[in-house]
Design a protein around this ligand. Structure first.
Ligand code: ARG
Length: 459
């Protein structure tokens, strides 16, 4: 049984059940690399201010590197009685270099150490998710040229609404994932504030230099209040929220493509490599990956809640409850990263079923709003135009025809201002082409959007 680093005032060994219950090594071992980086910076600072010698610092730094290598290669034994990754590394250090290793924890506590590790880890996670988001944006933007001539029915309430360029759809997702990237960048500004040296809750009477460790660890600022440091997990709640919103956007997209992949829609073909079959029905091709992207979005959403519920009852400052924070963060991160990777591959590999889409493009009166706007241009008040077109739609429905099938006389009967040029407005493609306002789904505005994204993403 290993002696506890904090064992001095205890007269009994810790109950084995308590050790198994309170351990976090089973999930925080993934902080090993950042823990070592943080400890090496801390040791360098201790040497700089004279709390350890340069030679002691060198031994600590080198031995930590060695321990880090062993952990990475899986040559390091984890034991519940050493609780967490921080104690494992410190005790290995002491085992190897004795009293010098006993000096490492000078002027810090696990409370600021855990937060430092988590911030370094979250910083890496933000970088990776940002780059995966960018890959997904690129996949959408690259579809714009591929589907350059395609028009899609736009839906509201999943009912046919107005026609738009296919690229308008792709770029709509690009916008959402861009806001996700902006949110991550903003989250990073708070992640990037160094907690190291806040110690347990009150700081230290030793001459530690927190600004120096912050600089070594490439933090952009130093947290000002040690009590706040010890209790702050805002950045994890924010990070989980960022993951939850990305997951929500992915789920929206997946839901849409699941519908589009159905025989009823038939809008999209997915590569075999990204669909799965049925164990009983030989004909099946199921969009399981999309369904799981939609399904897995539940996890980051729950992780935000787990983090907030975990934190909401805690008094200042560190409380052991906080050990559980990592579970939510890791889960949110892993889930979103895995989903993003597959999403980009699917966006790249899918094909629009152009024939099916085009065959039904004139269904559902996608041009009704364009006709109403034509009337407005001819001087008809909007509400009056709305009523006129509504009646024409109803007339068409009763005869199972389209607006473009009405004769000029029939149209003029409904509204005398209508002229021959109306036939350049009716029909889905014409209605799409008439869209010209900034940000709309028409030819020119979509070209502008595409150019904007190509430039922004360096394509
Ligand atoms: N395993 C703990 C965690 O992850 C380490 C911090 C322990 N601090 C303490 N005061 N017991 O949060």
């Amino acid at each position: 049984m290993a002696a506890k680093a904090w064992g001095g005032r205890f007269q009994q060994q810790t109950d084995a059940r308590v050790e198994a219950f309170t351990e976090s090594i089973s999930f925080d071992s993934r902080l090993a690399a950042v823990d070592i980086r943080g400890s090496q910076a801390h040791a360098r600072m201790l040497a700089k201010v004279g709390l350890i010698t340069d030679d002691e610092c060198r031994q600590i730094v080198e031995t930590l590197t060695e321990i880090g290598g062993e952990i990475e290669q899986g040559n390091f034994e984890f034991r519940f009685e050493l609780e967490d990754i921080h104690m494992h590394i410190e005790s290995a250090l002491i085992e190897r270099i004795g009293d010098i290793g006993r000096k490492l924890h000078t002027g810090r506590s696990r409370n600021d150490q855990v937060s430092t590790d988590l911030k370094l880890y979250t910083r890496g996670a933000i970088e990776r998710v940002d780059s995966l988001l960018k890959d997904l944006q690129v996949a959408f933007v690259e579809r714009c040229d591929r589907d350059a001539d395609q028009v899609l029915p736009g839906f509201t309430h999943l009912q046919r609404a107005q026609p738009v360029k296919a690229a308008h759809y792709w770029l709509a997702y690009c916008e959402k994932f861009d806001r996700d990237r902006q949110r991550l960048a903003d989250c990073l500004t708070r992640v990037n504030v160094s907690p190291l040296g806040g110690a347990a809750l009150a700081g230290s009477s030793l001459p530690i230099d927190r600004h120096y460790t912050a600089e070594l660890l490439e933090f952009t600022d130093v947290a000002r209040n040690s009590l706040d440091i010890s209790s702050d997990r805002d950045y994890l709640a924010e990070f989980c929220f960022c993951m939850a919103l990305i997951a929500t956007h992915l789920s929206n997209w997946a839901e849409e493509w699941i519908a589009w992949f159905s025989t009823e829609f038939g809008f999209i073909k997915l590569p075999d490599a990204f669909t799965t079959g049925s164990s009983i029905m030989p004909q099946k091709r199921n969009p399981d990956v999309l369904e799981l992207i939609r399904g897995k979005s539940a996890r980051p959403i729950a992780d935000v809640q787990q983090t907030l519920v975990l934190l909401k009852g805690l008094p200042m400052a560190y409380n052991r409850d906080m050990q559980e924070d990592k579970l939510a963060m890791f889960d949110a991160y892993d889930t979103v990263a895995a989903c993003l990777e597959l999403a980009a591959a699917m966006v790249e590999g899918a094909e629009l079923q152009v024939e099916t889409i085009n065959a039904k493009l004139e269904d559902g009166f996608l041009d009704a709003t364009a006709l109403m706007e034509y009337l407005i241009k001819k001087g008809t008040p909007m509400r009056t135009g709305h009523g006129i077109v509504g009646k024409l739609v109803s007339l068409c429905e009763s005869r199972s025809i389209r607006l473009a099938d009405l004769t000029l006389e029939e149209l003029q009967q409904a509204c005398p201002e209508i002229e021959e040029d109306i036939y350049q407005v009716l029909g889905a493609r014409n209605a799409m082409a008439a869209l010209c306002s900034f940000g709309s789904g028409g030819e020119q505005p979509v070209q502008e959007q595409t150019a904007y994204w190509k430039e922004k993403l360096g394509l």
